[in-house]
Design a protein around this ligand. Structure first.
Ligand code: ADP
Ligand code: ZN
Ligand code: ZN
Length: 811
């Protein structure tokens, strides 16, 4: 007998899936991986079918699938498997995992429809017979009569058009005279004509114009909107119409999206000849690909060693093997850069996926991948779910980056998911970095990953020399507490005189860190969070960097009314102002989340810097990442200490990584570079070893500490946060969980807490924290799963308990 039930994952915060009946009419179209519309309470939800079954669950009323959205199932069988695994590993509700994997649902919108109930019919008669009716009753009667006349459910929006209709509908709903149901409707959207070369066309192009069209549509760009095609091929509309009638071109309608042209037409990628190190790495990766089974590699290559070139050749190798490739990069700006390189080399089969694309455009790229039209995907974190089939290669650039970690449910790490996906697909996973994470390098040393090394920069350019500047010493000598010490000021002045460029890192936004009262010592705090507000001078506001709360700058202390308030600590905004004052002639810009809110602003500043239209660029960690500036001869780290003080076991690792990354921006071109690192803790090992660019020693030292403290890579770690706006609730639940966990401690499992979380209050919620460490992953998963079951039993609200498996930040 045909299976007539299906298991559906729905985006609700419950750790379960749901069973629905498959009506006979849909029997052929409901298959695993496809999106369906199903009723859930009074709503219509979009879910994804995970499996079919012929067994109904007992004792429950089973509702039916309403509609199937996909002719081609959105998710491949491998992706369904991946999602199930993630739900288990991250202890996330399966529906929320699958929601993260699916394309934006642009084709449907939800809508409420109302219908008459038996009580409503009775009301209709009563009101009809009544002699005197109030205005409200008149409106109600009109509404009920409309239902009677139409004889079918009506959309809520239609009712609003009657005078007093919206209010009357609400009253009738409340009294049970109407019932509401949510349905989905296909969204009508403006479309545009997309033109493609007909793959079935036998004849070769017979004119120059035809040839040009064929080339643009097959080799360089792929299917294009008509307007773009005309512009790019330089042909007239009549040529296109003629070829359409000859069936050499095919066309169809697609939702209109404001597409930004990511790919310049005339872009020529650099034609580099691989050096010996790069060649060795590429050969090795090819050999893994030949073997055709799961292999994980770590490409450890110093900054400027030409890792990108290795990625591109590996992608080419995957395509030669008839397999698809996925390149993950840590931020959107890099998708443009790497996407453009890939497009130049591999043509139309490249797709770019990232979260800043408008929904319609992202959906279009996504489906292009799903239909197999794109075989190479470049993207950020969520692109790890790109629906490629026969995936042969997954590359994770800068694998240690925290941007791969999603800090909301499902709290997955794109890098780790990439490894698992490679395993499921029998593919090659290549993690790459100049400063690999402790976990990945440990895996490489333990033989779980193959280690590939690029020890030197291309053309044997030297790494920039790094000097640590002791700011205590500077102060003793100059008796001036300027943000830039004497040494750094002199170095900047020298660059300005020379006409080369300098990059300054100040990894903190805003003007001052906080406002303090000299009389009573109180700082101005956020109303919603236990954190001091940051002063932003241009906006003349105090701002919370965690919840966005703002308030005007007080003239007097809010506690004791003393007029002696002062501003403490320097942020990037203040450094920029200082530089303008100190070097009035210089062309200066700042790069942080306050100055660049859009991709365009970001590209404008970076473009101006790359083109030599700026002398100094100051900014947060945004300036440290990946960029390849040729004329930077000085990198100045204004303060290396900002992260070291944070209560997080990764503080030293992060500091080491950031310093190494930013130092790597200097001396990448023909000019050699210098790096100055200002610090008040010159003896700290993270700073010392970053200055020597000695990754191996840092790894050893840090590993020793991790082993002693039972931190990753020696333990599987989970952070459990209990939170509520009422502190009594948070305490009560933390106590209950404490009691549950206590008997599980031992056998290697360590439970720390409950303790107030480092951010004890965030967005109005009080927060308590448990840290669980287990030598074995399976043990951690088992206990956490039991703990969540326990919470559900005790009716602790599911959003009050937040489980973060493999946390990247403990704040
Ligand atoms: P990484 O990502 O390892 O820091 P990149 O991949 O950005 O380094 O490469 C740094 C620069 O070296 C780029 O400008 C790139 O075009 C150039 N490059 C890469 N490989 C070679 C090579 N074999 N010969 C010359 N230049 C190269
Ligand atoms: Zn005060
Ligand atoms: Zn806040």
């Amino acid at each position: 007998m045909a299976p007539n039930f299906c298991e559906v994952a729905l985006p609700v915060p419950l750790r379960q899936t749901f069973t629905y009946a498959v009506p006979a009419a849909l029997a052929d179209s409901v298959v695993p991986g496809c999106r369906v519309v199903v009723p859930m309470r009074h709503r219509a939800e979009i879910g994804v079918v995970l499996a079919l079954t012929d067994r109904a669950p007992e004792g429950k009323q089973i509702r039916e699938v309403v509609e199937v959205l996909d002719p081609l199932p959105a998710l491949t069988p491998k992706l369904v498997e991946l999602g199930r695994w993630m739900a288990g590993y991250y202890l996330s509700p399966p529906g929320e995992v699958f929601r993260a994997m699916l394309p934006p649902a642009v084709e449907v919108r939800a809508e409420r429809v109302l219908n008459l109930t038996p009580a409503g019919i009775q009301q209709l008669h009563e009101l009809g017979e009544q002699l005197n009716r109030s205005d409200a009753e008149i409106a109600e009667l009109a509404l009920l009569q409309l239902f009677e006349v139409e004889g079918k459910p009506l959309r809520e929006i239609q009712l609003r058009r009657l005078p007093g209709g919206a209010a009357a509908a609400q009253r009738l709903l409340r009294r049970g005279c109407l019932e509401a149901r949510e349905v989905t409707r296909r969204r009508k959207s403006r479309t545009q004509k997309i033109v493609a070369w007909n793959p079935a066309a036998q004849e070769a192009p017979s004119s120059a114009a035809e040839e040009k069209l064929c080339e643009v549509l097959t080799a360089t760009r792929g299917p294009l909107p008509l307007a773009h095609l005309l512009a790019q091929a330089g042909v007239s509309r009549s040529v296109v119409s003629r070829l359409e009638s000859q069936r050499k071109l095919i066309s169809w309608e697609e939702p209109l999206a404001a597409e930004e042209d990511l790919f310049e037409v005339g872009f020529e990628p650099p034609a580099n000849v691989l050096n010996a190190g790069q060649q060795r790495a590429v050969d090795e990766i090819r050999a893994w690909m030949d073997a055709g089974e799961f292999t994980a590699g770590l490409l450890y290559g110093v900054t400027g060693s030409g890792k990108t070139e290795v990625y591109l050749r590996s992608v080419a190798a995957a395509l030669e093997h008839g397999r698809a490739a996925l390149v993950l990069v840590p931020e959107i700006a890099l998708t443009l850069w790497v996407g453009r390189l890939c497009r130049a080399l591999f043509g139309a089969c490249v797709a770019v996926l990232h979260s800043a694309l408008p929904d319609a455009e992202r959906a279009r790229e996504w489906w292009r991948v799903r239909r197999g039209e794109a075989r190479v995907v470049v993207g950020t974190r969520s692109a790890v779910f790109a629906p490629l089939e026969a995936l042969g290669l997954l590359i994770v650039d800068e694998e240690q980056e925290s941007s791969y970690k999603q800090e909301e449910t499902p709290r997955y790490n794109g890098r780790d998911v990439a490894i698992l996906r490679a395993k499921l697909e029998g593919a090659v996973a290549l993690l790459a970095s100049a400063t690999p994470s402790m976990e990945s390098f440990h895996n490489a040393r333990a033989g779980k990953y193959h280690l590939l090394e690029l020890a030197a920069r291309v053309e044997n350019r030297p790494l920039a020399g790094v000097t640590v500047v002791d700011m205590r010493e500077d102060f003793r000598r100059t008796h001036r507490a300027a943000p830039l010490g004497e040494t750094l000021r002199a170095a900047v002045a020298a660059r300005l005189a020379q006409g080369t460029q300098a990059l300054l890192l100040m990894n903190r936004r805003g003007y001052s860190w906080f406002v303090l009262c000299r009389s009573c010592g109180a700082a101005v705090q956020c109303e919603n969070c236990s954190i001091a507000l940051t002063f932003h001078k241009r906006r003349n506001l105090l701002i919370c960097h965690y919840c966005g709360f703002t308030r005007p700058v007080p003239r007097k202390c809010l506690k004791c009314e003393s007029p002696h308030v002062y501003f403490v600590g320097e942020g990037a905004e203040q450094i920029e102002e200082y530089l303008h004052r100190e070097y009035p002639e210089a062309r200066i810009a700042r790069l942080d989340r306050d100055t660049v809110r859009t991709k365009r602003e970001y590209q404008k500043i970076l473009g101006a810097f790359a083109a030599g239209k700026l002398d100094l660029l100051v900014g947060t960690q945004m300036v440290a990442k990946g960029h390849d500036f040729q004329r930077v001869t000085l990198v100045g780290v204004v303060s290396a200490d900002l992260q070291l003080g944070l209560p997080d076991f990764r503080a030293a690792e992060r500091t080491f990584q950031l310093l190494t990354q930013v130092a790597g921006r200097a001396g990448r071109g023909a000019l050699s570079g210098e790096v100055l690192v200002q610090t008040y803790y010159p003896e700290h090992y993270a700073i010392q070893l970053a200055a020597r660019q000695d990754y191996a020693s840092f790894f050893e030292k840090e590993l020793h500490f991790r082993r002693l403290m039972h931190y990753p890579p020696f333990a599987a770690l989970a952070n459990v946060i209990v939170r509520d706006t009422k502190i009594e609730h948070a305490i009560r639940w933390a106590r209950a969980i404490e009691a549950f966990l206590a008997p599980h401690a031992g056998h290697g499992l360590r439970v720390l807490g409950p303790a107030a979380a480092p951010l004890a209050r965030l967005k109005r919620e009080y927060r308590f924290q448990f840290l669980l460490k287990a030598p074995k992953r399976s043990q951690l998963t088992r206990v956490l799963s039991a703990c969540l079951d326990f919470c559900a039993q005790k009716e602790i609200p599911s959003n009050a308990v937040l489980v973060d498996v493999d946390p990247v930040s403990l704040l």
